[in-house]
Structures are given as structure tokens and as C-alpha cells.
Design a protein around this ligand. Sequence first.
Ligand code: SAH
Length: 220
Amino acid sequence: MAAGGDPFARARAIMVAEQLVRRGIGSPQVLEAMGRVPRHLFVDESLAAHAYEDRPLTIGHGQTISQPYIVALMTEALELKPGDRVLEIGGGCGYQSAVLAGLCARVYTVERVPALFELCRATLTRLGVRNVTLRLGDGASGWPEEAPFDAVLVAAASRSVPEALRSSLDYGGRLVMPVGEQTEQLLCLYTRGADGKVSRRTLAACRFVPLVRDPRPPAR
Ligand code: SAH
């Protein structure tokens, strides 16, 4: 999108400088991606003026788009390379998907709420993001047909990493996910070494919506 015609270009640049750089996000690629993706086009028009504020915003259906800093922190932790294939659970409005899509070869996004799945697809299409493949369903069971992945990003919290997601991580892969109870969660980074062993590091305290484990996705 041409910066000249974007009324939010300045707000976005300020967001990058004050919320991301100042808090320690150092990856030039992540900063560039977040400086480019028009976050205001992923939220309801009535919230566009708030899109670059330092907080999460509602996207309807009881769900939220994460605070910009948390999106940046999770993305940076994945250390994406241009050829990487990434699995994202909880596509929501598609903002995080668009940021990831600018940093890797392909993003596979699973979303369980039909209206958000449609919104995600529509916005990504409108913005010309072509390297995101979407699936409607329960992401806790992963995407076995496309596994293994170089990186996995889970945007909803659970007490532990679902086994299907852990096992879909390639050797050398990274998985970032909020782990814990409803009110007390830690954003954790899991890394699978070349020997297959998985190690864990805590990045921050956080508060995400729960990873819903339902036998059947909600009706359309
Ligand atoms: N990253 C998103 C925000 C995610 S909010 C964005 O940028 O907008 C968390 C999302 O996870 C919600 O959209 C919710 O519907 C979805 N979700 C929760 N449990 C899920 C599951 N089991 N499978 C797939 N998506 C799930």
C-alpha cells in the first residue's frame, strides 16, 4: 500500500518507534513488516482510529486482535527465514497472518469461528496477500497434511501445548504460544533442537483468549 495515500502511515510509524523499538524489538524485518501492514484495515471501521494504540482491540465474536507489541514479540521469537513454512492457530482478523506472510514463504492459518475465517480471508485477499492458506476448524489438532513446519504460532491460550502442534514442529523449529490459565499466562517459546529435544523459554506474561477445544466447530 502506498504510504502517500495512507492516512494512518504516521500513526503506524509512531507505533513502531514508541511501542516496539523502545521496548526492545530489534529485528529490522519485523519492524519493517509491522511498519507496512495496515492494521486499521483489519478492525471494524469504527475502531480504525484506535488501531495503532498500545492495546488489544475487539474483532467481534468475543475475540481480540493482540496489542501490537505482543504481535511483534511473538513474530520476532520465531526468527523467520524467507523460505520458512509457518502454521498459525487462531487467524482471527488476519492481522498476525499478514505480518507473518511478509517474512516467510507460506502461512497456514486455522480459525474456528466461521465469520472470522471469512473476514480473515476477505481482508487478506483485499490487501493482495497471496501466501496464506486458510482452513476453518479446530487448530488444536494441527494441519497434519502440511506438517512439519519451521515455525508454529498459537494465538490462543491453553494449559499446555497440544501434542499435535508440538509434534508438527520440524527439527530446528520454533513454536510460540501463551500457556496457562485464563488469567495467568506466560508467553512461551519452544525450540526443537537438531537432536529432536524441545526446550522452553518464557518471553513475557500475557493474556490471550482461550484455545477452544470443541468436538465440532460452531455452525455458520
Ligand atoms: N492473531 C489474531 C487474533 C487472535 S484471537 C489476529 O491477528 O486477529 C484468537 C483467535 O483464536 C480467535 O479468532 C479464536 O476464534 C481462535 N481460536 C480459538 N480456539 C481455536 C481453535 N481451537 N482452533 C482455531 N482457532 C481458534
